[in-house]
Ligand binder design. Structure first.
Ligand code: GAL
Length: 866
């Protein structure tokens, strides 16, 4: 039986330790518990020693015990193998001399610095992310830690991680997008030298996009008293919310790692958080103290509740505010605090209605969503707070209110930012179940690992108020495998319901038919492309709606429109556009795609067509566009390139025209008008050169060199203003737009003069010297009056003086094979980017200069503060 509607209430976050607004603090300690970031100073080398190569097959059974806590059926849990692994890897030995290895800091992606390969498939970005690598670090564990519990928490390592501690294989985790914990306690020597060695083994053909390679997320050392709140050991829900009060329920798991039984008191209080995640006032509610008996070497759950009067709800801007609280749990024994554990959470109600759409706190909000892969462009997969924040800020500026973490659990930081910014999240677990898409992808792990990987995501993420749906998979082959596929979907959905009954399950379906059993296995129906209709196929939104009249339906993946920033081809397709081809949108010789935003992959359609669907079928709850930003790999349709053309924003973070099409629709109150194309077409004098305008107004008049080219009004089902018969002549295009007959917004596009100088701008004037913070510097090739010269490709060379260095450059060109670490790069259609990091610990002024042959150099300064 399907539910009439899925009503979920409540929510929260279990991130161990303290919240950080932008930069990860080096150390966070609370009573009894210490959580130390151990990113700095690892040693790194590629490959096994030739005499001691390890096989994936030999290692895998030894990683399985690490996941036991995530397997429900005790009979399926795996004992640790008792025989020794052979060969015993020399790199894991504590006395191995690693001083000749490269020294580096995490997060690290060994693929991103590499040279692009010009042979083989472009699907995974042409970078050398694959193979075996080792990381080693000596841990300073003081003698005072004797008798305490010590854990290594890895937020993510790509992939097949195996961990040795003082020469002993202690466990590991194969799925590169999982976060996991190794209990170091049995292996360490407090007061002595302790060596952790982590081996990764990244298959070359296991992904449909660039996965990165390395320990690409943060690593933490957690120590606590033996009796403590367990790993992701809190789960907060708010099952009853009204204007007067909110009931907050918490389930806390207390672990006792010692032999002796323990009787402890557990109590929690609820503290309001400010926008940055810091406590903003005294506790607003307290639970009772609960006496708990925890037998030695076991765990015990504690249920607690408290009521918050007049709770400030969590909801997405602009109409709501992402208010948050923290549940602060204290564990005491004999009056002494053993542990204190913070769980940030939010209070909100969710409703998924088959006819009325998605509502949060009683107000309908359509998903103005984008799908995002995890890479950060020129920085690769290595997570960085500022780079991630820049992606999200750019998307929010466009009007995005929702992110789909396609197609895997994201870095924990993404969810923390989403909580703070009020973004809605569709948290996705898998791209593959048993049916493979690539030879070595997740299907090889599915049977042994999917339960652990799914429960891991749920326990790690379920307290985040930003998450509104759990996706159990993307376009899995099982969609079209009848009852067998549906049964598997049901079993995954059931796991989700066990871990978190407050949110619906979903799966992104591009080929499951409405009448097949598969869609019935999830709570809400996500359609990839077929909702709006692919090629001549009829829209499936109404078909699914009719088949499932009580189920919420939304566009889990839409459009796959492809374009290169600043490229335009002629003639321009009429209407809603065309599948990209040599005669429609493609510049085959240069592997570029027209930015009239009317060209798309064969399984998709233009943004305008999805808008029409969303307006026609108002029960559809919004969309997640493929994709927000360009990403490494999948350079459809030009496999010889390095990165995608799907993004609304290019790989360097520069906005394509499409940005303004979405902004006009998603921020209707913002007065916008945006003209395309650029107006530098000396070879098109006298030729038809269509002009399109994206505006939140409903009418516009276009002028060329002061002459009106007519006033046009958007009719129902039109999402852009188009003057398709403009004859090119150099000069100034100007549009004056109106809304409801009143002047609204204007835009101008001028033919520029020749390139005269490099203009440099920094995205921030001040950054921190914490070794992580970044400044993004844009170089624009400008004419004498400061206009960016649209078709310029001048080579720009960046130099830095002062306490900083260039970590990467890019230009957003999917065909560029210049290494990302090169300080010199051709501008692509007028723009290039340099990413600069401050030297850890040094304050002062970073001066960035950019030179280009024959034109004036540019410079910009950035302050570095502590
Ligand atoms: C979808 C798929 C995405 C991406 C996209 C490209 O079918 O789910 O991962 O491949 O196509 O258009």
């Amino acid at each position: 039986m399907r539910r009439a509607r899925f009503v979920a209430v409540g929510l929260a976050v279990a991130v161990l330790g303290l919240f950080w607004p932008v930069t990860v603090p080096a150390r966070s300690a609370v009573a009894g518990r210490e959580r130390l970031l151990i990113d700095r100073g690892w040693r790194f080398t590629r490959d096994d020693p030739p005499s001691a190569a390890l096989s994936r097959d030999a290692l895998l059974p030894r990683l399985l015990p690490t996941g036991n806590a995530f397997i429900k059926d005790p009979a399926r849990r795996r004992p640790a193998p008792t025989d020794r692994l052979t060969p015993d890897p020399p790199y894991a030995r504590p006395d191995f001399d690693d001083r000749s290895w490269r020294q580096l800091d995490l997060p690290h992606d060994w693929g991103i610095e590499g040279a692009f390969s010009t042979t083989g498939s472009g699907a995974r970005g042409r970078l050398p992310f694959y193979g075996v690598a080792w990381y080693r670090k000596t841990l300073d564990i003081p003698s005072s830690d004797a008798g305490r519990s010590v854990f290594l928490d890895v937020d993510g390592a790509m992939s097949y991680a195996a961990v040795w501690v003082n020469g002993e294989l202690a466990g590991g985790w194969p799925y590169g997008y999982a976060s996991w914990r190794i209990d170091l306690t049995p292996y360490i020597k407090p007061g002595g030298r302790n060596v952790v060695a982590i081996r990764l083994d990244n298959p070359e053909d296991a992904s449909r996009w660039y996965p990165g390679g390395g320990i690409y997320r943060h690593v933490w050392l957690v120590t606590s008293a033996p009796v403590h709140v367990g790993h992701w050991g809190s789960y907060v829900t708010t099952p009853d919310v009204s204007a007067e009060s909110a009931l907050v329920k918490a389930r806390i798991t207390i672990d006792n790692d010692s032999e002796a039984d323990a009787d402890v008191l557990v109590s929690s209080e609820i503290v309001p958080l400010d926008a940055g995640g810091a406590h903003s006032g005294p506790a607003v509610a307290k639970t009772a103290s609960t006496l708990v008996h925890v037998a030695g070497r076991s765990s015990a759950p504690v249920e607690q509740d408290a009521t918050v009067a007049h709770a400030r709800l969590w909801g997405p801007p602009p109409l709501q505010t992402p208010n948050r609280y923290a549940l602060v749990t204290t564990v005491t024994r004999d009056g002494a605090a053993l542990d204190r554990y913070e769980t940030p959470f939010g209070i909100r109600t969710l409703k998924f209605d088959a006819n009325g759409g998605f509502s949060i706190n009683g107000r309908r909000v359509d998903f103005q969503g984008v799908c995002m892969h995890h890479d950060l462009g020129a920085l690769g997969a290595a997570v960085n707070d500022r780079a991630l924040k820049r992606q999200l800020e750019t998307l929010v500026d466009m009007g995005v209110n929702a992110i789909r973490t396609s197609h895997n659990p994201p870095a924990p930081e993404l969810l923390e930012f989403a909580d703070a910014m009020g973004l809605l999240v569709m948290d996705e677990s898998f791209d593959i179940w048993r049916a493979q898409k690539r030879p070595l992808d997740y299907h090889v792990l599915f049977d042994d690992w999917h339960e652990q990987d799914l429960r891991m995501m749920l326990r790690r993420d379920r307290n985040h108020p930003s998450i509104v749906m759990w996706s159990i998979g993307n376009e899995v082959g099982e969609q079209t495998r009848g009852e067998e596929g549906a049964a598997l979907a049901k079993s995954l959905s059931a796991i989700v319901h066990e871990e978190d009954p407050t949110r619906p399950t979903t799966t992104a379906m591009n080929s499951a038919r409405a009448a097949s059993p598969f869609p019935a296995a999830v709570d809400v129906i996500g359609l990839n492309y077929q909702g709006t209709g692919v090629r001549s196929g009829p829209p499936q939104y109404p078909v699914f709606h009719e088949q499932y009249p009580n189920t919420f339906v939304y566009g889990s993946e839409t459009t796959s429109t492809i374009s290169s920033r600043g490229e335009y081809t002629f003639p321009v397709a009429p209407g809603f556009g065309a599948v990209a081809s040599a005669t429609a949108g493609e510049d085959v010789a240069r592997r570029q795609l027209s930015s009239y935003d009317l060209y798309y992959a064969p399984w998709s359609y233009s943004p305008d067509r999805e808008f029409l669907s969303q307006d026609t079928y108002r029960y559809v709850g919004g969309e997640f566009v493929w994709t927000g930003w360009d990403y490494l790999g999948e350079p459809t349709p030009f496999d010889a390139s390095r990165s995608s053309y799907f993004g609304i924003v290019d790989l360097a973070g520069f906005k394509k025209d499409r940005f303004y099409l979405y902004q006009a629709r998603w921020r209707p109150d913002l007065k916008t008008a945006h003209i395309l194309p650029h107006w530098n077409w000396p070879e098109r004098a006298g030729q038809v050169t269509p002009v399109h305008v994206y505006t939140s107004g409903d009418e516009g008049e276009l002028f060329l060199n002061g002459r009106s080219l007519g006033r046009k009004k958007r009719s129902a089902g039109e999402y852009r203003l188009r003057w398709d018969d403009v004859i090119y002549e150099p000069g100034t295009l100007k549009v004056v737009t109106y809304k409801d007959g009143q002047p609204w917004a204007t835009d101008e596009m001028k033919t520029t003069a020749a390139a005269a100088r490099v203009g440099l701008t920094a995205d921030r004037t001040e950054i921190r010297a914490d070794g992580a913070d970044l400044v993004f510097i844009t170089a624009a090739i400008q004419d004498g009056s400061g206009l960016t010269v649209p078709r310029s490709h001048n080579r720009v060379t960046f130099t830095v003086s002062g306490p900083g260095r260039i970590v990467a450059t890019d230009n957003g060109d999917p065909t560029s094979f210049e290494s990302f670490v090169s300080p010199s790069r051709e501008a692509f259609n007028g723009l290039a980017l340099a990413i600069v990091r401050a030297t850890p610990g040094e304050t002062g002024t970073i001066r960035v200069a950019a030179t280009a042959d024959g034109i004036r150099a540019g410079a910009v300064s950035v302050r570095v503060v502590r």
